[in-house]
Write a protein that binds this ligand. Structure first.
Ligand code: ZN
Length: 306
């Protein structure tokens, strides 16, 4: 076992489809990584996470950070609501802390991804950033004046910006949220409705579109048009200097969005794919855990720039 100059941490990113775990050092480098399909039943998920932790645990691991989909209470230990994976009221942090004997920090998954991007990714040196993670659902997080915006608890739930009325039903109980039009699940629905092979990937849609395939172009437009509306609304509301698109489909959404610039000169904003890709979540989880807690908001080194 090589020596490590500083403590390390394990980041766990609970996605609607994929559960990712990474052993990360203080610079944000991933030393080891695991991913497997997510169990959606809370007790099974806890057992699955524990098994991953046992695989990655090493003497230098000082803490564990977990990103959960859904709204998280201000104490950063309690999940208030969930969507595809619902851990409402389930004491995941307490259970894992007891089992591992290491401090466990828990926060919203997109907040963790944004903290990762602020610390060692594409949001370094930025004070006002909105992030959306495009995966099974759509996560959201917001930094203003260098601090994560919490509101009462769940500020920045950008997946639930309304883009269609009445629209498809959403996990939040409303209809027409951008999660219902522009998530990975929604992309699969658009692909099915267009009569394309259900296994068609975003990359294949781009390739088909480049060959002049009208169905692929239509699917990409149906998927990304509402995301443009949501981003314009976010920019109108909070005027960030940067919108980051992360998650498994962040790159694809960014590429598809290039065809649809912001319509209003009032609400222009730079939109980029997350520099850390869909690993922003595990890196942010681990660095936040190493910082003791995210109570201080953005890590000091992020505020100082690269
Ligand atoms: Zn919703």
């Amino acid at each position: 076992m090589p020596p490590f100059p500083s403590p390390t941490a394990i980041g766990i990113d609970i996605g609607g489809t994929k559960l990712c775990a990474a052993w990360v050092d203080r610079t944000g480098a991933i030393l080891e990584h695991r991913s497997e399909p997510t169990s959606r039943q809370p007790a099974m998920l806890a057992a699955q996470i524990l098994s991953l932790l046992q695989q990655l645990d090493r003497p230098p691991v000082a803490a564990i950070g977990i990103g959960v989909p859904g709204r998280v209470a201000p104490d950063r230990r309690t999940v208030l609501s969930g969507g595809y994976v619902d851990l409402t009221g389930f004491d995941l942090a307490g259970r894992l802390e007891q089992a591992c004997g290491r401090p466990v920090v828990l926060d919203n998954d997109c907040t963790m991804a944004l903290l990762g991007e602020m610390a060692v990714g594409g949001a370094r040196g930025e004070a006002d950033v909105a992030m959306l993670t495009i995966g099974t659902g759509i996560g959201g997080a917001l930094v203003l004046n260098g601090e994560i915006v919490r509101g009462k608890a769940g500020a920045g739930q950008f997946g639930h910006v309304t883009v269609a009325s009445p629209g498809e039903p959403c996990a939040c109980g409303r209809r027409g949220c951008v999660e219902t039009t522009s998530s990975g699940s929604a992309l699969r629905r658009w692909i099915a409705e267009a009569g394309l092979d259900p296994s068609t990937t975003a990359q294949e849609l781009f390739e088909r579109e480049a060959r002049g395939d009208a169905a692929a172009r239509q699917v990409l437009h149906a998927w990304i048009g509402p995301l443009r509306l949501a981003i314009d609304s976010i920019v109108a509301a909070v005027d960030p200097s940067l919108v980051l698109l992360g998650g498994g489909l962040g790159e694809a959404a960014h590429r598809a969005l290039r065809r649809l610039p912001a319509a209003s000169p009032w609400f222009q904003c730079r939109v980029e794919a997350a520099m850390l890709g869909d690993r922003a979540g595990v890196i942010g989880c681990a660095l936040t855990a190493l910082d003791g807690a995210s109570l201080r908001g953005v890590p000091e080194r992020a505020m100082q720039g690269p």
